[in-house]
Write a protein that binds this ligand. Sequence first.
Ligand SMILES: [Fe+2]
Length: 248
Amino acid sequence: MSPINRRDFAKTTVGTLVTYSLLNTLFRQELFSAEIKPVAAQWIKDIDELGKDLKGAKLSQLQWKEQCEKLFAQADLKDLMKFVDFGGRISSTPFREKGERPIRFKFPEVEGLPTNLIFGHQIFKLKKGQSVVPHGHNNMATAFLIMKGEFHGKHYDRLEESDSHMIIKPTIDAKFTTGECSTVTQVKDNVHWFKTESDEGYIFNIHILGLNAGSSGRVYVDPKGEKISGGRIRARKIGAAEATNLYG
Ligand SMILES: [Fe+2]
């Protein structure tokens, strides 16, 4: 080997080592599970495709809802939990004092899985009695999949509103257990509230923002408002802190 080549060789080796340790760090941060199953990656990819179709207006919000719920019902939870390294950072992240602890993470880079997913995702971690507090959504679609635990889940249609109030009507009031899901769109079940009934509860959440022009986000409400005609409720709009205080 000539001196030049030897130097190049050394450079390459150092480069490889740096890359290797960098990847090691990234893997830990991204919850890279030891065992990567292609089933979960395909499932994530399918959710991504659906989200793209929703944003591209190939699917109506109701069509997205139906297809997303079908897809969520097919989720292989064991596989998904390995994919997100459930036993690692998710388990070790502490509960919040009140309300849900959102845990954000990246999916492992797997062949065939796009790195720029159209949807955001997180896991909510809660303990008994804590809630994903009641809120509606502006300009977005979201879905919940119960990864572990039991919840009392409520949804409401968002019918009308003023600056201070939202007129809502109960649509879903049910027990949700591991493997069950629900969705939120602008046109159906826009307000939701999930209270944990088991010792611990974990919800996988996806959200697709910016269905139309303008900003997206939560609008907190107090669903224990004045009951008006047709089973509707006049719910006061509240801030995040008050919602957490009242229901968290
Ligand atoms: Fe939500």
